[in-house]
Design a protein around this ligand. Structure first.
Ligand code: SF4
Length: 302
């Protein structure tokens, strides 16, 4: 049976190193894919183009929620009315319930909410299912054996440390994690060895790249994103307004509404506070006006 090696690229350091390793080992039948969720930083999209130019073809996977949004319009006009949802809420939902072509936003419009740490449907809906349906299933139908290469490292978390290098999934494809024993410096060394620059976001204070921001962003990550890329906060704030209009409750927030604030702009204000979240952290307030051109958690500026 013919094997196809599927390598998922995120624009981050680990998956790039993974691809470089696969090339170094002269892996045959490689299929490199990128799931475009429409919520990455523009630098990441540029970096994907850079990788295509320097390493080879990448198949772009873009989930489409148009049908589900159109079905939701029907639900709004029938079930919401039956449930006595006020007419102004129904009207405003119908006004915004139109596919935008931005997968992350369309997913949230369909759901009427943003994903959260408790309801983390984003990875599943934006990456896992589309990759399975658009890549793996057609390969299975052609009788191919699929090996899914994953750039996971044991150092990243206890959960990842417990993952084996190889395993078969119940869905019938094999998972291969050749970087499991690598440290972060091995990853950057791999870039150097092959003359491939890492995603520039790693020299702009970012520890990780991907959704900008991710629903799991820590306080310091959000602070760094907000001071360097305020336009990303503005974009998400606008998404909160749009998704709020598509929601029965009439509001939606990117981060769970709690003592940190209601809405991303309030949570950004909280990110400027010291431990306890009550008072502004003076060092952070000074840092807002003193953004270094190059800063890296991985020593890439030295
Ligand atoms: S990176 Fe974060 S926000 Fe994006 S799909 Fe994954 S969990 Fe969701």
């Amino acid at each position: 049976m013919e094997t196809v090696n599927v390598i998922s690229i995120s624009g981050g350091k680990d998956s790039t190193a993974l691809w470089l390793l696969a090339r170094e080992e002269e892996t045959e039948n490689m299929k490199v894919i990128f799931s475009d969720v429409g919520h990455e930083h523009p630098e990441t999209y540029k970096y994907i183009e850079y990788l295509q130019e320097n390493l080879g073809e990448i198949t772009i996977i873009k989930p489409d929620f148009s049908d589900r949004i159109m079905k939701k319009r029907e639900v709004v006009q029938t079930k919401w009315r039956k449930d006595c949802v006020p007419e102004n809420i129904i009207d405003q939902a119908l006004e915004v319930l139109k596919p935008t072509g931005i997968p992350f936003l369309d997913l949230c419009l369909w759901k009427g909410r943003f994903p959260s740490t408790m309801a983390r449907f984003c990875t599943q809906e934006l990456k896992v299912i589309p990759v399975y349906e658009q890549i793996y299933e057609p390969l299975f139908q052609q009788g191919k054996h699929v090996v899914s290469w994953q750039g996971i490292r044991a150092q990243e978390s206890r959960k990842r440390a417990s993952m084996p290098e190889r395993e078969m999934t119940p869905e019938g494809y094999e998972v291969y994690r050749p970087l499991i024993d690598w440290d972060v410096y091995d990853v950057f060394k791999m870039h150097d060895k092959h003359g491939i620059k890492p995603n520039p976001l790693y020299t702009q204070g970012m520890g990780r790249v991907g959704c900008m921001p991710c629903i799991n962003s820590r306080k310091d990550e959000l602070f760094e994103i907000a001071r360097r890329f305020p336009e990303e906060i503005e974009r998400v704030s606008d998404w909160e307004r749009i998704v709020g209009l598509a929601s029965k409750r009439g509001s939606a927030t990117f981060f769970t509404s709690d003592e940190r604030g209601h809405g991303i702009k309030e949570v950004v204000e909280w990110s400027k506070t010291s431990r306890g979240g009550k008072n502004y952290d003076l060092e952070k307030i000074i840092a807002l006006d003193d953004v270094p051109t190059c800063s890296s958690q991985y020593g890439l500026c030295e």
